[in-house]
Design a protein around this ligand. Sequence first.
Ligand code: ADP
Length: 475
Amino acid sequence: NSESCDPSSFLRHFRKSSATPVMLLRHIAQAMATEMQEGLDHPGERKLKMLPTYLECLPTGNERGLFYAIDLGGTNFRVLRVQLDGKEGRILKQESIQVPIPQEVMTGSSKDLFGFLAKTIVQFVSREADLGFECVALNQKRDIGFTFSFPVNQTKVNGGSINAWTKGFSISDGVGEDVVDQLEIALADMGSVNTKVVCLVNDTVGTLAQCRYWNDDAMVGVILGTGSNACYVERAAAISCWSSPPEADDLTVVNIEWGNFCSELLPRTFADEGLDADSLNPGQQEFEKMIGGMYLGEILRRVLLKMAEDTGLFGSEIPERLTKPFSLLTPHMSTMHGDDTSSLEVVGSVIEEAIGVKYTTLATRKVVYDVCDIIAERGARLSAAGIVGILTKINRCGDLMLSCLTTPNDTEVKKTVIAIDGSLYEKYPKFRNYMEDAMKEMLGEDYANNVTTTLSKDGSGVGAALLAAAISTEL
Ligand code: ADP
């Protein structure tokens, strides 16, 4: 129809279908809270997996001694140690190394991979005395926290079997085997008997643990990076599949795997549908596909392509590069969105560099800027709704959502800190501002003062070492 031929009416329509008014966000938050409860009540059977971590403690700041962490993410392996000195000295000393995982290890056998990890650990541990770290007593093992960012079926705090190798790893075996056992066998093969993995966690848990070390009010850990996920502090008694939970009042941490949240309430557009259909995992990770750094730039590309086709946004030709999936990345989007020049020069140069369109009018650049704004605002506000959903679940959302408050005592106002890591939060200021503003809108100015979001950088490394310390201190 004639409407679809005009960029400004296309934009108006797209803005409307991406809208996230505060009442919708509140409903989404409520739906997230409901799904979280469903996932807890029906382990493994609902869209939110609500994975137990089996942690029985979190860092308090009182921990002392030398502790290690290892972090196996996508492309690098990190080994790290911290020397802790209780609340007075805190983190006295910290050191880490990071090594790229060689291609032949990423595509070899699991024995190759764990052998490589063990070798790196043994080399790193052997240098502790030279560097002035206080040594661990001869009869005592070095406790390690292990951050493992692949799907695992966790069965205890320091063990779980690998569900699948993802993220460019194509290891020929190892699925179904215990990650920690395999590492400990490899360490023993190297002649190292002085290390012990005391916890297996994912990056959200590390992020929360790092923040909790400094602040008892930290209740939620969120990753807003390539993908998105969150964890939170829950009562141990809520974990129905835990065969020997600690005391009913004790706390633990649950990994929500919130990326897989889906709901009719989510404001999806043609771009989300296309992205999902062409993805490696159609029908899955609906929420993550609207907020993750891997996807925002691709949503932008799809919208601009459709505008090029339907409205001639870039003239009579369709720019060739715009037809290539992932030719626009989220950093392109945040660079354009951060353009504060009156002539939108930065937008112009990104369009030239990434899409290959040399000349654009100011009107076209303004349209591109607005599309970035709409996509980022939607992603940020949905992330805020996810966080408020968690606050709803743990009764820390104020009196605006009375339905979630079970007893009058729960209305007592508690300070709550949300620990966040990831480039979208750290390096995309407009995304972060939209998210924080949406939380204020949802919670109300007054109550929002009790809720703080904070960057918990590098939690997947340090956080795991702090957890290892907390566990050793508890024992
Ligand atoms: P990861 O989640 O992979 O551990 P990050 O938190 O750094 O690592 O997130 C990487 C994601 O963030 C990528 O999808 C990338 O496109 C995106 N990203 C990186 N830098 C920026 C930026 N300045 N603005 C927006 N997004 C960014």
